[in-house]
Design a protein around this ligand. Structure first.
Ligand code: ATP
Length: 300
């Protein structure tokens, strides 16, 4: 299953950065944030976020081969509301999120935030306005405090601790041998998928962006961890315009709007109740996941 930022994209950028001789921890992190072939318009102004109203208007996109991945997408995400994007694997869900972050430029139509075309504003200001909680969080071989602090330059100890509490990882950190100074990552303490995701949530809380992209983990978390993370995520979504790329429908029931993407087009849209009533693709996916869950419960 694809991720928001593919390892290959990242490798390409690591290569480019190494070539420029500027590799360091800061650059490593920025890589994840730096679009590949996107440049600022000559007269690019900083994005002015008033409310965080996100719109996709007739968006078309392909990755450069002949295949068109998005074939005219219209979305309207009201300020502070949550849009969940669901659909079969390969439908283009993560691609939508990559375009909002301007990881790539659209090939048709436009994306606006509070009326400003994102292709016309500086990338730095765009990225500052959007927080991403990815499927798989990259941790540095550094302390857990450092890993959280990456959310915001110059974050103080109090801010870091507050973010850790907000992400429900503070109690866990308190049990570590050197607490916030404990080294994590490949050469340190290995964190579970759920713990890593909480580090990402803590980073995002520090960043405090008006717009949020959540790329839900496909990897199986145990149901208790999943429920806990869900509660934490709902807390950070409050008051922010949020786009959730969802793989499990049970997590999108509360969304203000659900869009079912199929082969690059919006097949259905509505609330959970409306979509169930339609008895279309969403209802089919829902029934299948419920049946799988019941089978899983029966097997336990
Ligand atoms: P999943 O549920 O499996 O994560 P998705 O709906 O998020 O899938 P996308 O990751 O948006 O799907 O991919 C949509 C299509 O675009 C797929 O056919 C995929 O193979 C293709 N694609 C994704 N990333 C790239 C890329 N970097 N280069 C070329 N094709 C890509």
């Amino acid at each position: 299953l694809s991720q928001l930022f593919r390892p290959l994209d990242l490798l390409g950028m690591v290569y480019r950065t190494v070539r420029q001789g500027v590799i360091d921890m800061g650059a490593m992190f920025d890589l994840v944030d730096t679009p590949a072939d996107v440049t600022d318009a000559g007269d690019a102004a900083p994005l002015d976020v008033a409310k965080g109203h996100v719109r996709f208007e007739g968006v078309r996109f392909g990755y450069g081969d002949d295949r068109e991945i998005l074939k005219g997408i219209d979305l309207d995400v009201a300020p502070g509301s949550t849009l969940a994007v669901v659909g079969p694997s390969g439908a283009g869900k993560s691609t939508l999120a990559r375009l909002l972050f301007r990881f790539y430029d659209v090939t048709g139509g436009r994306i606006t935030i509070d009326g400003q075309d994102i292709a016309q504003v500086t990338q730095q200001s765009l990225r500052a306005a959007i927080g991403i909680v990815p499927q798989d969080t990259v941790l540095f071989n550094e302390t857990i405090g450092y890993n959280i602090a990456y959310g915001r330059e110059g974050a103080g100890t109090d801010d870091i601790h507050r973010a850790a509490r907000g992400a429900a990882i503070a109690d866990f950190i308190a049990t570590l041998p050197e607490r916030y100074e404990t080294r994590v990552g490949e050469r340190g303490l290995k964190l579970s998928g759920g713990e890593k995701q909480r580090v990402a949530i803590a980073r995002t809380l520090l960043k405090d962006p008006p717009i949020l992209i959540l790329d839900e983990a496909t990897s199986a978390l145990d149901s208790r961890t999943e429920a806990e993370i869900q509660t934490t995520l709902e807390a950070i979504e409050r008051g922010r315009t949020t786009i959730v790329i969802a793989h499990r429908l049970s997590t999108v029931v509360h969304a203000d709007q659900i869009v079912v993407l199929d082969a690059g087009r919006v097949a259905e849209r509505g609330t959970h109740t409306e979509l169930l009533r339609r008895q279309g693709l969403y209802a089919e996916m829902w029934n299948r996941q419920q049946a799988e869950r019941d089978l899983g419960v029966a097997a336990e």
